[in-house]
Design a protein around this ligand. Structure first.
Ligand code: AKG
Length: 286
């Protein structure tokens, strides 16, 4: 069995896979330096903006507390280059096929001691497509350990139900904890040294706890889709959509699969990042 076959089998069966140390120390250092500079540029800011999503405890007079860097691949060349890195593309082609489209990106910083939790959810609830050949890659910018709030996934959940991510009649991007209490007993943490890559299927149930350790857990998350998976929420600008193709060719005949879907509508009460959306969920796991 080749490495590619084993990787695909693991992904197809469990809905996630970890590739240890895909990127070396110098590649990680470049990403870390860029990330540190962007965090530093939040100093003095009193509100979140198009780059920084600030922790609730951020104070403009103190060292910046940044929860998330928004759209890093679209906004900064260092990450834009990484999103098209040949080592990564080769894995994406194994899992999604030849024709691959970039979808979205973010860096969840998870600072030591206070980095915020992410409630249990499925990415599918945020961006349903015509088929589920859609996944998220996490690039570990520091070690992912048991203690620093690693991403946790429920193996096999990508073949299970699509959960309701609504509360009080609006989307909130989080599943009520009581709905998944049995499933999350089976969750596994995705661990590895800096430079490792985690990959989870768009329907895989996942979440992560507050980072109460002394080590930060910055994770660059990049989502990709097979080119024949088209977003059910629509395409506002076809040229931008087609510019996001990073491998193979455009496909204007989307593949429709009979899989469950729930739309992220009506829109979340708290707009912005997932952290904002999830504020509306009262029944929390973390
Ligand atoms: O950063 C994490 O631990 C989880 C991130 C995540 O699932 C998300 O932002 O959608």
């Amino acid at each position: 069995m080749t490495n590619d076959t084993a990787l695909k089998q693991h992904y197809d069966t469990h809905g996630y896979v970890v590739v240890p140390s895909l990127f070396d120390a110098s590649e990680v250092q470049l990403l870390r330096n860029t990330t540190d500079q962007i965090i530093e540029s939040a100093r003095g800011k009193s509100e979140s903006d198009s780059i920084h999503d600030l922790e609730d405890s951020h104070n403009p007079k103190d060292a910046p507390r940044v929860r998330r860097i928004k759209d890093p691949v679209q906004q900064f060349d260092t990450y834009g280059t990484l999103a098209r890195n040949e080592k990564l593309l080769s894995i994406l082609r194994t899992l999604l096929g030849t024709h691959v489209r970039f979808h979205s990106s973010k860096i969840n910083i998870k600072s030591a001691a206070y980095g915020a939790a992410v409630e249990w959810h499925q990415d599918w609830a945020f961006y349903p497509h015509t088929n589920d050949a859609v996944l998220a890659v996490g690039v570990a910018l520091d070690d992912l350990t048991e203690d620093n709030g690693p991403l946790m996934v429920v193996p096999g959940s990508h073949r299970g139900p699509v959960y309701d991510h609504h509360t009080d009649g609006a989307f909130c991007g989080a599943i009520a904890a009581c709905e998944v209490v049995d499933q999350i007993q089976n969750a596994v943490p995705l661990l590895g040294p800096a430079g490792s890559v985690t990959i989870h299927h768009v329907r895989t149930l996942h979440g992560s706890a507050v980072n109460q350790s002394t080590q930060p857990r910055p994770l660059l998350l990049i989502s990709y889709a097979a080119a024949d998976a088209w977003p059910l929420m629509g395409i506002s600008d076809f040229q931008s959509f087609t510019n996001q193709l990073i491998s193979g060719s455009e496909c204007t005949a989307p593949r429709l699969e009979a899989i469950p879907v729930r739309m992220p509508l009506p829109a979340a009460e708290f707009q912005g990042s997932i952290y904002e959306n999830q504020r509306a969920q009262q029944d929390r796991a973390f």
